[in-house]
Design a protein around this ligand. Structure first.
Ligand code: F6P
Length: 546
């Protein structure tokens, strides 16, 4: 794809000029000038409400951003994605996570083949297996029912399942234990299994490639742990291990019967896979019906993204706002602040989705970009963050656009606590937008020397995303909202949001270092002096008992 330079395009130049003119304008002025702003700059879709009025934009900004989207081919690229075109150009793959939630009967073609029937075939197998396991019909090697499920995977094969399990815990089987092992640090596996009985434990090994070092190492540890408790009988593996992968050969090699394998496809990126068979542990926890509800939430947002007009299109608006702050205001990060304890892993999940996708330094044509791409996403649930890093957002020197996420009702009502939670969400966005002027500070009788310390300049932009309840449906819609916002940003930057070549270098180097740490013979080291010294230091420590 040939890429006309983004910065020299008329649409970009118009935005740059507009930014110059708007940068002195405050949110206070924008709200004073338009009494309807708080109800005008809002949009709804797939059960989510987005208030984007507390952003440093006016109608002109939004118009110009939409023109930029049009000029950069965002809509054409979106349609190409939904059509099954191979828009992951560096891996020559289609990008069809949207097919994972397409209803039965819809048709989406990859290389001339409709993939929707296969998607539903796998979903049906997952549902049948879940029903068997949850009902106790599926028995372990010694005949006991399975009560513990441990999902082993890393990156996209872990973060989605963990996040979804935590988010939807309310809907999960409370008489079963669900745990997740990802780190090659043996502590992760040991702590996850220390109090469990192998006879009642099922391992779900999740790996798209089934070659990932961490996952395979933990899977072998699981096998050893299991067999040690089950009398060393290899046939036990069939009752205690299932695999989720695109690589049947490697699954077989590991010793898992492919009858116990749930497949997916190369057109599902790891970080876009929580609604594929990678979500098997989610389905085991919440049941097939709730899982399908989650898929319906994803699908509702897909349809919204595909067909809503630009000015009411939630993912498009969020993506464009992110471009506005990242590329014009120079904001380097976005804080994601869910006011929902169940969403405690949501920021971690988003980190992979956003940063593995848009952490790219060249365009699809291989040219070095001359504009900043993917911002850093981070965050913690409110209200906890308020008592830690919010100070910097309120009064620090950096501009940090924030996404506040909240629900109208609590799944665990307790006195007026939910009101307190939501009051904090609302108040924080007000405080960030409008701050506290010197006059207001003085009017409180503050001595003059203290006034500058107590002034909050405001003008800190926020998005507020609200849903009625945290349900499988609203979670699906929320995840899809971010998926498509990431897509929008990547499309504007003309980067490949679906590859991750940068991750490979570290993997390759680790493979080289492993034998250099473990070999009995002193290895010949030809790294830099720091790496050589670290390897030698570790080798010495390794021989010394702790
Ligand atoms: O970290 C890189 C990565 O390739 C991710 O994109 C992926 O989600 C993760 O590793 C796990 O890969 P796999 O599912 O093949 O084990």
């Amino acid at each position: 794809m040939s890429t006309p330079s983004l910065r020299s395009s008329p649409e970009w130049k118009a935005l740059a000029k507009h930014w110059q003119a708007l940068r002195g304008t405050t949110l206070r002025q924008l709200f004073d000038a338009d009494a309807q702003r708080g109800t005008r700059l809002v949009a709804e879709g797939a059960g989510l409400y987005l208030d984007y009025s507390k952003n440093l934009v006016n109608s002109e900004t939004l118009k110009l951003l939409q023109k930029l989207a049009q000029a950069r081919g965002v809509f054409a690229r979106r349609d190409a994605m939904f059509r099954g075109d191979k828009i992951n150009e560096t891996e020559k793959r289609a990008v069809l996570h949207v097919a994972l939630r397409a209803p039965r009967g819809e048709k989406i073609y990859v290389d001339g083949k409709d993939v929707v029937p296969e998607v539903h075939e796998v979903l049906d197998r997952m549902a049948a297996f879940s029903d068997k396991l949850r009902s106790g019909e599926w028995r372990g090697h010694s005949g006991k029912a399975i009560r513990n499920v441990i999902s082993i995977g890393i990156g996209g094969s872990d973060l989605g399942p963990v996040m979804a399990y935590e988010a939807l815990k309310h809907y999960s089987r409370r008489d079963m234990t669900f745990r997740f092992v990802s780190n090659v640090d043996p502590t992760d596996f040991v702590e996850a299994t220390r109090d469990l009985d192998a006879e009642e434990t099922l391992f779900v090994i999740c790996s798209k490639t089934f070659t990932t070092l961490e996952t395979l190492t933990n899977a072998h540890a699981a096998r050893d742990w299991c067999l040690a408790q089950l009398g060393g009988d290899d046939s036990a593996v069939a009752k205690h291990f299932v695999a989720v992968s695109t690589n049947a050969d490697e699954v077989r090699k590991f010793g898992i019967d492919t009858a116990n394998m749930f497949g997916f496809w190369d057109w599902v990126g790891g970080r876009y896979s929580m609604d594929s068979a990678i979500g098997l542990s989610t389905m085991l926890a919440i049941g097939p019906e709730h899982f399908r509800e989650m898929l319906a939430g994803f699908h509702a947002m897909d349809e919204h993204f595909r067909s809503s007009p630009a000015e009411r299109n939630l993912p498009l608006l969020m993506g464009l706002l992110s471009i506005w702050y990242n590329d014009f205001f120079g904001a380097q990060t976005v804080a994601v602040l869910p006011y929902a304890q169940y969403l405690k892993r949501f920021p971690a999940y988003l980190q992979q989705l956003t940063m593995e996708s848009n952490g790219k330094h060249v365009t699809l044509a291989g040219e070095h970009v001359d504009y900043p791409t993917g911002p850093i996403y981070w965050g913690e649930p409110g209200t906890n963050g308020q008592h830690s890093f919010y100070q910097l957002i309120h009064q620090g020197t950096r501009l940090i656009p924030c996404d506040f996420i909240g629900f109208m009702h609590s799944l665990n009502p307790l006195g007026g606590q939910h009101d307190l939670l939501m009051a904090n969400l609302i108040a924080q966005t007000e405080a960030l937008a409008f701050g506290k002027t010197p006059a207001q500070v003085r009017a409180e009788g503050t001595p003059e020397w203290l006034v500058p310390h107590r002034v909050c300049e405001g003008n800190r932009p926020t998005n507020i995303i609200l849903a009625e309840n945290l349900t499988p449906h609203s979670l699906g819609a929320l995840v899809a909202l971010y998926e498509h916002s990431v897509f929008t940003q990547g499309a504007i930057w003309h980067i490949d949001s679906f590859d991750q070549w940068g991750v490979e270098l570290g993997k390759q180097l680790a493979k080289k270092v492993i034998p250099q740490l473990q070999d009995a013979q002193e290895p010949k080291l030809a790294h830099d002096s720091s790496t050589n010294a670290l390897i030698r230091r570790y080798r010495v420590a390794r021989k010394t008992p702790s």
